[in-house]
Ligand binder design. Structure first.
Ligand code: NAI
Ligand code: MG
Length: 493
């Protein structure tokens, strides 16, 4: 009897998963979406439309308007015309609108999460448990400041809004980035023109419907869809401030375009974060943090822990555990509630990842990928580890923005700091160690806007987020995130 129940060997012990697909019935898509200007959806004057797809299936989802220069000008005029009335409202009244948006996001969270996953490819469990709750939390948090601005910055003149903000966001966290931009701007009394990324416009357009239902005064929020050209037109338009999240390359171009114009600017750009594991770290927890750090959202995360720095004595043990853990990641249908790693956001991004991974192999690093079946259609990339990575390799220097981890070893804390800081970026870092004093010692020396200790990818609306060096400047979140939308020049008008 005993030999009937005895396992035949560990290599055959596999997990059987039952598919658990989330229904898409809750999402009602229109065939076409116009531009959201002055409280209404309007046909683009440009006459141009583009198709937005589901990156997991390559199926078209809807047609979306492409805003031309003239369309952007009309949106900025609408925002300008709305400033006096919006700024003139008591803060407590403005807060009501922002609270209303927050509550609607909670009410309709499932619909938003499913649409976010359909349009962007991220696993439903992430859009459901991270993107949407955090987006709502940002609106709630900043709504609370709207009537307290006079007390928010003690010792400084009473702040006033800067006016019209042009906001350009990326495709990796479409709703969350819209929330990071809109919530502080609106609470501070600004009006906005928001440009979502060209591959993920649909949740922003659903948000436009929520904004209509919340009865925000027309023109306070305008949403113009399109690609880089539309973004460029918004940068050049007569706005008072530009807030941008995206690539360092475009961030530099925007900095050049706004120089000398008097437009305020905040940039949240790329990263190449070091996740640093010391020999005394709790390894099993560290493995989870490393996995989350690089495979969350397919690695399409500006603060992703894309470089793992491991202290030599634990390198072998950690690598074995990481490889084991990689085998258990579920890659595939983002709408399946079991899925850990979804679709790559676009063909262009997939090509960028493939190119950088090929460079890693060419330059002599050693690649490891678990066996997994990838769907036939759509854009996919296997979770990938590189060992034997040297600091000069492109995969150690450049942002891959995909599920690819470069592993580097170190001996001393000083060496860890030097290697961690040896990058043009400075957005985030992670430290794994039992020693509190070492955490503080490291945090003081790491040139990164956020340093996580014994955790990674933790976000909270009360906590400022932003970078050093080529990761940009300015902070989002917390009181720091209100400042870029306020002026403290002391005048009373
Ligand atoms: P991107 O920087 O081109 O796009 C981000 C946003 O900027 C989009 O809304 C886009 O339409 C807009 N944009 C593009 N060109 C513009 C211009 N000249 N003026 C104004 N707005 C413009 O990023 P892309 O091409 O989608 O991704 C390239 C790389 O950038 C990624 O592989 C990744 O390394 C990095 N990236 C970093 C992000 C972050 O969160 N820091 C987000 C997205 C991309
Ligand atoms: Mg680009």
């Amino acid at each position: 009897m005993a030999d009937q129940i005895e396992p035949t060997g560990t290599e055959t012990a596999t997990w059987e998963y039952a598919r658990a697909p989330e229904s898409t019935d809750i999402v009602r898509l229109d065939d076409r979406y116009g531009l959201f200007i002055n409280g209404e959806f309007a046909e683009p004057k440009s006459g141009r439309w583009f198709t937005t797809i589901n990156p997991a299936t390559e199926e078209p989802l809807a047609e979306v308007a492409e805003a031309g220069t003239e369309d952007v000008a009309v949106a900025v005029e609408a925002a300008r015309a709305a400033t006096d009335a919006w700024q003139g409202l008591p803060g407590s009244e403005r807060a009501k609108y922002v609270f209303r948006i927050a509550r609607q996001l909670q009410e309709r969270a499932r619909e938003f999460a499913v649409l976010e996953t359909m349009n962007g490819g991220k696993p439903i469990k992430e859009s459901r448990d991270v993107d949407l709750p955090l987006a709502a939390a940002h609106f709630f948090y900043y709504a609370g400041w709207a009537d307290k601005l006079a007390y928010a910055f003690p010792g400084r003149p009473t702040p006033r809004p800067v006016g019209v903000a042009g906001q350009i966001i990326p495709w990796n966290f479409p709703m969350l980035m819209a929330a990071w931009k809109l919530a502080p701007a609106l609470a501070a009394g600004n009006t906005v023109v928001l440009k979502p990324a060209e591959t993920t416009p649909l949740t922003a357009l659903l948000l436009a419907q929520v904004i209509q239902e919340a009865e925000l005064p027309p023109g306070v929020v305008n949403i113009v869809t399109g690609a880089g050209e539309t973004g460029g037109a918004l940068v050049d338009a007569p706005v008072d401030k530009i807030a941008f999240t995206g690539s360092t390359e475009v961030g530099k171009a925007i900095r050049r375009a706004t120089a000398g114009t008097g437009k305020r600017l905040t940039l949240e750009l790329g990263g190449k974060a070091a996740n640093i594991v010391f020999e005394d770290a709790p390894l099993d927890q560290a493995v989870e943090g490393v996995i989350n750090g690089i495979f969350f959202n397919q690695g399409h995360v500006c603060c992703a822990g894309s470089r793992l720095l491991v202290q030599e004595p634990v390198f072998d043990a950690l690598l074995t555990k990481l490889k084991d853990r990689l085998q258990t990641l579920r890659v595939g249908d983002p709408l399946d509630k079991n899925t850990d790693v979804g679709a790559i956001n676009s063909r262009a991004q997939l090509e960028k990842i493939e190119e950088l991974v090929a460079s890693g192999i060419d330059e002599g690093a050693e690649i490891y990928q678990p066996a997994c079946d990838l769907p036939e259609r759509g854009f996919w990339f296997r979770p990938t580890l590189f060992t034997g990575v040297s600091q000069s390799h492109r995969i150690a220097q450049e942002e891959i923005f995909g599920p690819v981890l470069s592993i580097i070893t170190f001996r001393t804390p000083e060496e860890a700091v030097e290697k961690a800081n040896n990058t043009p970026y400075g957005l985030s870092a992670g430290v794994w160690t039992e020693k509190g004093s070492r955490i503080l010692w490291m945090a003081q020396r790491l040139r990164a806007g956020v340093v996580w200790a014994n955790t990674f990818n933790r976000f909270d609306p009360t906590s400022p987020f932003g970078g050093y060096k080529e990761s940009g400047f300015g902070r989002e979140g917390g009181l720091h995130g209100l400042e870029p939308y306020l002026t403290f020049d002391g005048s009373t008008s």
